[in-house]
Design a protein around this ligand. Structure first.
Ligand code: G3I
Length: 343
């Protein structure tokens, strides 16, 4: 009798979270996927991998590090794809699709790119070769279904918060020419790929979002291939911009698709019931904004568990940003995502 009661109590506990799951609901809402970032070292953690392979929650993976420039072309002209290939194999084994991340970014850049002090023409040819080789290597491998094309963050974080261009080696050497060069190289290497520009602090309307919109308009006017805007969405609890849905719509109205590419919602620790409730509400708000705009094609969390979140390593005293905790247990934030898809 006592044993039966325990079993019933356990069952009730397990169904206190709805049986609906994140990708299942995303697809029921007409989206292509709900997904997560992951990273190669995490694939040795078997309980982590078991949930990563839960396709009811995740239909899409993004490699957090292993397709970046330092990982893929550490020496000029010498390409290494082992890390990226491992993530692709992990996804393919479970019928999950991928987003490529990324071709051109001023972070995690091998020293030789800046140290070479290359002139405009040489740096453009280096970018063309890097993006063409990287995107070409993965052409056709990332989205499995015919109707779902590969997607790449070709350009990552090109803007300052005031909407001006970041003064990195690419801009300082080539002006904005590196952007069409990279996009054209990606298009040539994988004509079916959806080509994105991806940035943070473009969740709400404002100077940075306007800068992104102006760039996309200009690229389209010049016939440069551009298919999507990635809204990273590294957010802070209680600070989801009220203009998020409008901003997604404004981007879609430019004639591109939008993806929420790196969602997490951090807080100053400790994690309290009040913060947990606000975080749940914030996840719900973000998901319902994507749900409401047809051109928002999917949502990716920047890893699903606090165990492997980038946040504590970057923002001292902050964390608990993911929908699962460090023990791989679901947090109330998971329910917020569920409610967002059902909204
Ligand atoms: O590869 C070295 C390793 O050799 C060394 O032993 C170790 C010691 O700390 O560091 C390793 O490099 C780390 C790398 O991740 C791979 O694990 C770097 O220190 C660390 O800074 C790096 O952090 C990544 C960060 O990008 C770098 O900017 C995070 O994992 C990754 O999640 C994060 O992702 C970015 C997106 O690409 C773009 N948008 C923002 C997002 C969060 O910062």
């Amino acid at each position: 009798m006592a044993k039966t009661a325990t079993i019933i109590a356990t069952l009730l506990l397990n169904v206190s979270f709805s049986v609906a799951q994140l990708n299942t609901l995303a697809q029921a809402a007409g989206k292509l996927y709900f997904g997560t970032a992951t990273d190669n070292p995490e694939l040795t953690d078997l309980p982590y991998v078991a949930q990563l392979e839960n396709t009811a929650d995740f239909h899409q993976l993004t490699p957090a590090n292993s397709m970046k420039w330092d990982a893929t072309e550490p020496t000029r002209g010498v390409f290494t794809f082992a890390g990226g290939d491992q993530i692709v194999a992990q996804a393919q084994a479970n019928g999950q699709i991928m987003r490529g991340h990324n071709c051109v970014w001023h972070n995690q850049l091998p020293d030789w790119v800046e140290a070479g002090d290359f002139d405009n023409a040489t740096l453009l040819s280096i970018i063309e070769n890097h993006c063409g080789t990287l995107v070409g290597h993965y052409a056709g491998q990332m989205y499995l279904a015919e109707s779902q094309k590969d997607a790449w963050d070709v350009i990552n974080e090109p803007f300052n918060d005031d909407g001006t261009f970041a003064q990195d080696v690419f801009f300082n050497t080539t002006g904005t020419s590196y952007i069409p060069t990279a996009l054209r190289a990606a298009r040539a290497a994988d004509p079916n790929a959806k080509l994105y520009i991806n940035d943070f602090n473009i969740e709400g309307t404002g100077a940075k979002s306007t800068g992104m919109a102006n760039l996309v308009k200009q690229l389209k006017a010049e016939g440069v291939p551009i298919d999507g805007i990635g809204i990273q969405s590294h957010l802070i609890v209680g600070e989801v911009p009220t203009t998020l849905q409008q901003n997604i719509q404004d981007f879609v109205d430019l004639g591109v698709e939008v993806a929420i590419t790196e969602l997490d919602i951090r807080m100053t620790l400790p994690y309290t019931p009040i913060l947990a409730a606000q975080q749940t509400e914030d996840y719900r708000t973000v998901i319902s904004a994507c749900k409401a705009v047809a051109g928002c094609i999917g949502v990716t969390v920047w890893d699903w568990t606090d165990k492997f979140s980038w946040v504590p390593g970057t923002f001292a005293g902050q964390g608990a940003a993911c929908p699962w905790d460090v023990n791989l247990d679901k947090k109330p934030a998971y329910e917020g995502i569920v409610e967002g898809w059902l909204s």
